[in-house]
Design a protein around this ligand. Structure first.
Ligand SMILES: [Zn+2]
Ligand SMILES: [Zn+2]
Length: 426
């Protein structure tokens, strides 16, 4: 049973309620471009996961088969008092491993390159929770190997992982204040807000998944302070709404330094050094100015109101497509969703371009609608793909005409008549 997939409708419902609350109270915790980008990064995480998640399961299976020192029978994990104690043990031990996975995910450069995606949002709401990396599959699995060596069954640990992830969803909100004694035991909205901060007082703190006790035990706990409002985001801003760039940004900086430094020791070592470390020669030749939080401004490129409307409509059309691909994957496996995922990723790419206000955005979107969509429909081999994609493309082209083309034309006409008026006045 895939608990995370079952939780998705509840995630979307909670997110909608939080969004309505934000609008009703005028708190300004949501921005359309930020929320869409976070959800697009989450979509990329889920859909790339169809092709990468097997790796961890495969490797954990090999560990269980060849390295386990004991075998804890799956039958132990029932709903009796003893069974629940076994479950509790698995969940607590998983959270302990998660703490170290998460902590080193911040402290070691190559692990940070994967995890940074979760922190790039400069807002903090339930959409931030779904903003997850697509490259975490490379190394994260290593941190849980000890539990497989102890002989816990894969099914139990996969469930413990799902419980851990689902728990963390609700802590990504600014609507819940401090919770007294709970803040001392569990990861709560208040102490996870600290974790998402870029303030010097808060950086590299509160790594726990379910229990904050690990941070208190290993000296990484920091309480949210009344006189230090949290500034959300990362020190080196993403400054883009493209979910693909979000996933490669930090790797690209590391690659830049590794390819330019002269020493081989640094070319290899930089990936495994403390996050932020740079080789002396590269730092000297290509210095980076530290960010000034006093002058911090959120990334918010202006785009035309029509482009915003188009973005929102395309995003709403994306939701059933993602759910449909999920159903197809569950029924027919990864091979069946290759083409639909490629098509979906082209959509995510395009939404990134439009949100960023890139000059190439409109041309790319037209190419996507008139070429990529029909090609994908043919290549997918799915019986319903052609009529669905034809309907989608025609509808999108019409919406594109209404929101972007006609809007742009009206704005240009308004500008021309304004300049005429100015000339007449002169
Ligand atoms: Zn983190
Ligand atoms: Zn988080």
């Amino acid at each position: 049973m895939n608990l995370i997939a079952l939780a998705v409708p509840f995630f979307l419902l909670a997110l909608t309620i939080e969004l309505l609350l934000d609008k009703a109270r005028g708190t300004g915790f949501y921005r359309l471009n930020d929320a869409i980008n976070s959800l697009n990064a989450g979509t990329l995480n889920v859909t790339t996961g169809y092709f990468t998640r097997f790796l961890a399961i495969l490797l954990w299976g090999l560990v269980l088969e060849h390295l386990a020192i004991a075998e804890i029978p799956l039958a132990n994990f029932d709903l009796s008092a003893t069974g629940l104690a076994w479950w509790a043990l698995a969940i607590v031990l998983w959270d302990f491993c998660y703490y170290w996975n998460h902590r080193l995910g911040h402290e070691i450069s190559i692990l940070w390159a994967a995890h940074a995606v979760h922190h790039q949002s400069e807002e903090y709401n339930l959409s931030t929770a779904l903003r997850q990396t697509s490259t975490g599959f490379l190394f994260s699995w290593v941190f849980y190997v000890p539990l497989f060596v102890l002989g816990f069954p894969v099914e139990v640990l996969v469930t413990a992982n799902a419980i851990n992830l689902i728990y963390q969803f609700w802590v990504h909100t600014r609507f819940v204040d401090k919770l007294g004694v709970l803040d001392r035991i569990l990861v709560t909205p208040s102490n996870h807000r600290v974790h998402h901060a870029q303030n010097a007082a808060y950086i590299d703190k509160n790594y726990g998944g379910i229990f904050i006790l690990w941070d208190r035990l290993f000296g990484t706990f920091q309480e949210e302070l009344d006189d230090e409002p949290v500034i959300f985001g990362v020190r080196k801003p993403l400054a883009s709404w493209n979910p693909f760039w979000a996933n490669v940004q930090v790797y690209s900086y590391l690659w830049f330094d590794a390819s330019r430094t002269r020493r081989w020791r640094d070319k290899l070592g930089i990936w495994f050094r403390r996050t932020g470390w740079r080789p002396d020669d590269v730092e000297l030749e290509w210095p980076r100015t530290p960010s000034d939080l006093d002058r911090f401004e959120k990334y918010d490129p202006p785009i035309a109101s029509g482009a915003r409307d188009y973005l929102l409509i395309q995003f709403l059309l994306l939701v059933p497509v993602v759910l449909g691909i999920g159903v197809l994957f569950a029924r027919d496996g990864a091979a069946a969703v290759v083409v639909p995922c490629l098509w979906l990723w082209s959509l995510l790419f395009s939404l990134g371009f439009i949100s960023d206000g890139k000059p190439v955005a409109h041309a790319f979107e037209l190419i996507r609608l008139t070429l990529i969509t029909p090609i994908a429909a043919f290549a997918s081999g799915l019986p319903f793909a052609l009529p669905v994609s034809a309907g989608y493309a025609l509808l999108s082209l019409y919406v594109f005409y209404l929101c972007i083309f006609r809007n742009n034309k009206q704005e240009v006409m308004a500008e021309i008549s304004n300049s005429h008026e100015v000339r007449h006045d002169a």
